[in-house]
Structures are given as structure tokens and as C-alpha cells.
Design a protein around this ligand. Structure first.
Ligand code: FDA
Length: 310
């Protein structure tokens, strides 16, 4: 069921027609199921949500949803929206931290323009004390994402970090490289459907890799983010940090908005740093489909919601 529903929702997430319909018609009602995972469609809704989250003792990162843009105009528009988002964040007084995707800034259309777009975000970001995290997309983008990251790092941009996926065979090498640079890594299991030639296929293998990489980041990395809702991975991280006397201010946990709120709160109550990834925007459909695919029970939830809306 797990692998089947993940593949099903992943296929839906890539449907251009569904994506267009979803962004045209919006999230429909304020109580729609999508709103469990997405803060809203506008910057104002996102800021309201972020304020609530911050007031509960969480750290946060805001993500303006969008990916796989096909034209330079779309990439420029997304870049402008990020710059505007940062201005609103500064004015609102919430934490200055955003996450973004390179296919949203045009890496598929023209790599040089994508780098320029990223600089357009990083420059005002550095001036105003923002941290900018580059999300990791599916494996055709791993190499280019890390190359662009290193290019900017070599140009002395330090307000950036990257996400690395435990399910990829290559990731141990990438973690070691990032540790060597002193760059901040967000470790995730990986959300895309990948082939056996590049990624572990078995849940147990991904979990073992996650544990191994989390230890490597805790021991040798720079302020890593352990991003998972998996209680066993979290317990292993806590145990390792305690055994090595790594204090709770030298790393952080991260979770997605709307997922395992109970666990989010209990970690804060136990004195850990917990950052919530808060996505918003009209291009919510692929993100939402990936979230549905992560938990088979979500299928039943959506079907029930659809039937009750009829
Ligand atoms: P797993 O999927 O095993 O889930 C553990 C438990 O968490 C489940 O049993 C369930 O209780 C709960 N849970 C997990 N997902 C749920 C959902 N959607 N709905 C309800 N409950 C759920 N991926 C990527 O490829 N590139 C990236 O840049 C990022 N960025 C990112 C940032 C942050 C802050 C997080 C937390 C995650 C990502 N991801 C990501 C997603 C990541 O790769 C992965 O797909 C999800 O986190 C789910 O994996 P878990 O580690 O939570 O374990």
C-alpha cells in the first residue's frame, strides 16, 4: 500500500492539467484538506500562520510554492515574489528564513539566469540577516543544485544551506563535502520516486542511511537540521547527541507544517529547537500530492472529505 500510494500520488503531482486546475480554482474552501498542509495562497495568510507558529515557540522557514517553471518570465516572477516575501517578513518582525527550489528560479530554462535569480534573493537576504535553504528536488537536479550551491559558497555567500536526501546512494559523499565546507545541511529521507540505480528502495535501507548520515552531520557538520517526523529517527538523533554531549543548540529538528503537531510540541517542551517548514502559494498541488503519498491513511482521509463535500 505504501509504495503503491506513493507512486500514485507522485504521478498525480506531475500532471500539468491537474496542477493548472488546482492553481486556477484555488484551495476552494478555508477548511479544505489541503489547508492542513499549506498555510494559504497569499503572503498575508502565510505571515499570519507564521506568527501563530512562532508564538508557540517554534522556529520557521517560509516556502513560496512553485517548481518546474518553463519560461524565464515565470522564473523572474518567482524571484520577485521571494524578494517581496522577504520585505514583508522584515516588516512583520517574524524570523528571517526562507526555503526555495532551483527549478522555480529557472534552472531548467537557463542555468546562468537561475544563478542570477538566486543572487537577487541572497543579496537582500544577506543584508537583512536571512538564511536561505535550497530544497533538494528529484535526482536529475542533485548535481546541478550542489554545483550552484558550491559556486555561490565559493563567492562567499554564507547565508545559504542545502537539503540532502538519505535515500540517494551518493549522499554520504555529499554530506562529507558539505561538512568539509562548513555548510549547513538539512537531512531528509527524500520525497520523490527514484530508481534503484540511484536510490535505496527499501524503507529499512533508507532509515539506516538516515541514521548514519544524521550521526555524520552531528559529529562533523555545521548546525545540521534533522528533518523527519519519524519518532525512531528522532530518538536515535537524541540518543547520539546525548552520548556525544552535543548540546541541543548545535542542531535543530525540522518538520512540515501540519504533520505530527504532537511530536513538534513535545520536542519543544523537551528543550529542542524545532523549525516548521511553512509552504504557501497558489502552486500548492505537487507539494500537496507528495504529502498525500507519504501516508496511506491520507488516501482514505481525502476520499472521505471528497464524499462528504458532495
Ligand atoms: P516517514 O515518511 O517514515 O514518516 C514518519 C511518520 O511521520 C509517519 O508514520 C506519519 O506518522 C508521519 N508523516 C510523515 N509524512 C506525513 C504526511 N505527509 N502526512 C501525515 N503524516 C505524515 N524531501 C525532499 O526530497 N527534498 C526536500 O528538500 C525536502 N524538504 C523537507 C523539509 C522538511 C522540514 C521536512 C520535514 C521534510 C522535507 N522533505 C523533503 C520530505 C522528506 O523527504 C520526506 O518525504 C518526509 O519528511 C516524510 O518522511 P519522514 O522522515 O517524515 O518519515
Amino acid at each position: 500500500m505504501y509504495a503503491g500510494s506513493k507512486a500514485f500520488f507522485y504521478a498525480l503531482s506531475r500532471s500539468a492539467t491537474l496542477k493548472r486546475l488546482a492553481s486556477t480554482y484555488g484551495m476552494a474552501t478555508p477548511d479544505s484538506f489541503a489547508r492542513r498542509f499549506i498555510a494559504g495562497e497569499t503572503i498575508d495568510e502565510a505571515i499570519d500562520c507564521a506568527r501563530r507558529i512562532q508564538s508557540q515557540g517554534f522556529l520557521l522557514t517560509l516556502d513560496y510554492l512553485g517548481e518546474s517553471v518553463r519560461t524565464l518570465e515565470e522564473a523572474t516572477a518567482a524571484t520577485r515574489e521571494y524578494v517581496r516575501l522577504m520585505e514583508v517578513i522584515v516588516a512583520s518582525g517574524i524570523e528571517r528564513n526562507v526555503s526555495l527550489k532551483l527549478t522555480q528560479l529557472g534552472v531548467d530554462v537557463d542555468r546562468a539566469t537561475c544563478v542570477d535569480n538566486l543572487r537577487r534573493i541572497l543579496d537582500p537576504g544577506a543584508k537583512h540577516g536571512f538564511f536561505v535553504r535550497i530544497d533538494m528536488e528529484n535526482s536529475p537536479y542533485t548535481e546541478v543544485t550542489l554545483e550552484i550551491f558550491e559556486t555561490l559558497w565559493q563567492q562567499d555567500y554564507r547565508n545559504i544551506g542545502v537539503a540532502l536526501q538519505a535515500y540517494l546512494h551518493r549522499t554520504e559523499r555529499d554530506v562529507r563535502r558539505m561538512n568539509e565546507l562548513g555548510a549547513r545541511v538539512r537531512l531528509v529521507k527524500g520525497a520523490y520516486k527514484e530508481s534503484a540505480s540511484v536510490a535505496y528502495q527499501q524503507k529499512a535501507e533508507v532509515e539506516a542511511a538516515f541514521n548514519r548520515l544524521a550521526r555524520l552531520l552531528l559529529d562533523e557538520g555545521t548546525y545540521p537540521a534533522i528533518a523527519t517526523h519519524d519518532p525512531t529517527r528522532i530518538a536515535a538523533t537524541r540518543e547520539h547527541a546525548a552520548a556525544r554531549r552535543i548540546s541541543s543548540d548545535r542542531f535543530e529538528f525540522q518538520m512540515l507544517y501540519g504533520v505530527r503537531r504532537d511530536l513538534q510540541s513535545s520536542l519543544v517542551a523537551d528543550g529542542y529547537r524545532m523549525r516548521i517548514y511553512v509552504p504557501f502559494g497558489r502552486q500548492w498541488f505537487p507539494y500537496f500530492m507528495r504529502r498525500l503519498g507519504e501516508r496511506p491513511a491520507n488516501v482514505a482521509f481525502v476520499l472521505r472529505a471528497l464524499l462528504s463535500e458532495r
